[in-house]
Design a protein around this ligand. Sequence first.
Ligand code: GLC
Ligand code: CA
Length: 554
Amino acid sequence: MKKRWWKECVVYQIYPRSFCDSNGDGIGDIRGITSKLDYLKELGIDVIWLSPVYQSPNDDNGYDISDYQAIMDEFGTMEDFDEMLSAAHERGIRIVMDLVVNHTSDEHAWFVESRKSLDNPYRDYYIWRSGKEGKEPNNWGSCFSGSAWEYDAATEMYYLHLFSRKQPDLNWDNPVVREEVFRMMNWWIDKGVDGFRMDVISLISKPAEFADGVPGVNGYSGFDEAANGPHVHEYLQEMRAKVLNRADTITVGECSGVTIEEAKKYARSDEKELNMVFQFEHMDVDAGEKGKWSDRKADLRDLKEVMTRWQKGLEDVAWNSLFWENHDQPRSVSRFGDDGAYRETSAKMLATCLYMMQGTPYIYQGQELGMTNVPFVRIEDFRDIESINAYRELTESGVFSEEEMMRYLRYKSRDNARTPFQWSDEENAGFTTGTPWIMVNPNYREINAKEQLFREDSVFHYFRKLIRLRRENEVIVYGAYDLLLPESEELYAYTRTLGEEKLLIVCNFAGREVSLDMPEEFCDGDILIGNYADAAVKGHMTLRPYEAVVLKKI
Ligand code: GLC
Ligand code: CA
């Protein structure tokens, strides 16, 4: 396998709105980020993925961009950005921009023009279709409820928006659109940014025919219809040649609806498209009968099956990202671990289980503290467009009762990941001196960075150790992965092998003791790391609740 720095690095995702507020307006900002770079340096990460900081009317918190070359007023100025970039570089930290080019904001100058008339020079920048018998051109649904088509009276046609109606989809089949995007990306590269995380990049090439898809619970079809379209690989190869190869960039494609076969094209080691994919199959293992909205707990065997299929499927051919969390997912300790008595232990176990695999690790802000889901009470507590729209649509149509939907939101809403970062036990978790834009999780008095930095056995220090281990042991980055005990409902056990080196990773996903017959070759192995201080390896071993150990064969 080819060695590459972006396979060896650790990425930390910042959601700027919720990270650190420097001026007391209740909204995180760029100067806030700059003030916390030393904290990130101490954690030991190499790369920051910055969720969007561009000018935006914030229909979807910055994922609806009205100017790709300006900074959102609430977040600061371009001078603040340049200062942050050089302060990060001084510390050896790279910055990856969020590239949101499947769609723009409807307030972007291109769309403002496009909707004006049929012969406007920008008309073909977006996807316009006539209605069918007075209705939408097809049954595609928006990710944020309702139809994916919006009627526009000025020209009596519909435009496509796979996300909110304020996020019209760009027409990538238009070569002028591609040139505009590539020019903009080159402008950021010339500024010195280190790469791009590409938002829903698997959706940019729409099928030639807009055929109806299979309807879901709300009567509309999902965006799988638009995933991995006919020209997506062609367009990414063009981007690679015209932009990405101009610098030593790191690129990760958010690939919704991608299969392993497709992932091998996006992130193949022949390096013609992207460095790695960021895919979601393991995030679907706890879906319910009616899709995402459910509070069903995952069956560990399903999780292992999916993770293993991707580990083996991409081995030696392509590269994956390792994540349990991001700004679109609930907190992993509440989802796959225990956010009560075993919060710290299970947060460490989950990290061990994931970050000893093959792929580039991603840490989402607060995950390194074991931050939890949030006790939201009313729909008014939420800020996320997906959650608010889904609540309205699915309760009004009677798919779920209000109590049910509230329970599902409390479990799965994206806002669980978006409450302010918990810096300290001071007012508002030390995030702001003003009124935060979204509630602070009331558990900040116990769970906060200040307390954890101070305490050697905290989740924070455990993450530091895991990061250090990846640096010191090539086998963790490049070794082959093999699953053990596929049928166990409690234990996730696997090995990593590189030449003579071999590691065994055992994680107990249950809140009770589980016994294990240690494979002989590890019986007198070295313990590299574990989440109980007094772990001891024996032939017949009992793992305590949420215990994790990593052993090295000697
Ligand atoms: C991606 C982003 C998500 C956003 C959507 C539309 O999935 O991660 O936050 O809402 O794309 O841009
Ligand atoms: Ca602010």
